[in-house]
Design a protein around this ligand. Structure first.
Ligand code: 13P
Length: 274
């Protein structure tokens, strides 16, 4: 089917009480595994090209890969730019056929974040695609610390920018390799009380699977970004594949064996969101 926008998958999720996975893609094998997992679970999926992915593969190539996969999939697939740090980068993604862009102005002062995110949202909407913004700052395990989202600022941000989805900082942290104590439910409730749009949790790997399920069902959180958990599954599968046959040297043969385990890992992630 044709690829779809972020709004097209998140609005039904908001109304029906589930969340859609935004899965961090680094190469063809994981994109294939995630799409297959979504088909097997009969759920939509958001294929995401973040900064690490873009450092390795040019954006026009990524756009074409996402579109090719999405168009041959039996479930809705979103081609999403994750953490675009400039308006130019978001514009390039729009030109490369992405159906959704995230502008990350979360390190900037509020007024500047609102102004620049609103400009990207307007560009995206003119092109018929979606835009995600971030308010508050989601930090990194053993790196920059978070600045939690203020509910009133979030309400102002949602209205002024007209984004289709809003990433918030409520105890979530990127790059966690094991489950954390979970998210700040009181702050989530305060934010959703004054915002009508789908909410996004970055750093989904650190959120306990049971809490993801609960939040997907009972709050306006409609998208969890998951990267580290699946990158760890890929690393494990790759090590097993390489060492299974010392004589094997063909890249495609080695990588092919990572797809099934990665698909299984992604299915578990998808199951934790409904
Ligand atoms: P994790 O790698 O911590 O799951 O976070 C992914 C993410 O938020 C990408 O934007």
């Amino acid at each position: 089917m044709p690829i779809v926008t972020l709004a097209e998958v998140l609005q039904p999720a908001l109304k029906q009480g589930y969340a859609v996975a935004g899965l961090v893609c680094l190469g063809w094998e994981d994109m294939c595994a995630y799409t297959r997992a979504a088909e097997q679970e009969n759920m939509p999926v958001i294929l995401q090209a973040g900064p690490g992915c873009r450092e390795h593969t040019p954006l026009p190539v990524l756009g074409a890969m996402f579109r090719a996969l999405g168009e041959s999939a039996t479930v809705p697939v979103v081609a999403h730019l994750d953490h675009g740090y400039s308006i130019e980068e978001c514009r390039e993604a729009i030109d490369c056929g992405f159906s959704s862009v995230m502008f990350d102005g979360s390190r900037k002062p509020l007024a500047q974040n609102i102004e620049e995110t609103a400009a990207v949202a307007a560009l995206a909407h003119q092109a018929g695609i979606s835009c995600e913004g971030e308010i508050g700052f989601v930090g990194y395990a053993e790196g920059e610390s978070s600045a939690g989202t203020d509910a009133q600022e979030a309400a102002e941000f949602a209205i002024a920018t007209r984004v289709d989805a809003m990433a918030i900082s409520v105890g979530n942290v990127h790059l966690q390799q094991s489950e954390s104590d979970g998210l700040d439910i009181d702050n989530i409730r305060a934010i959703e009380a004054c915002c009508d749009i789908p909410l996004v949790i970055h750093g989904g790997s650190g959120v306990p699977a049971l809490q993801r399920k609960e939040l997907a069902k009972t709050t306006k959180i409609c998208k969890f970004n998951v990267g580290t958990e699946l990158r760890m599954a890929f690393g494990k599968a790759l090590r097993q594949s390489v060492s299974a046959d010392q004589a094997r040297f063909d890249r495609n043969a080695i990588l092919k064996d990572t797809i099934d385990p990665l698909c299984e890992a992604a299915r578990k992630v998808l199951q934790s969101m409904r």
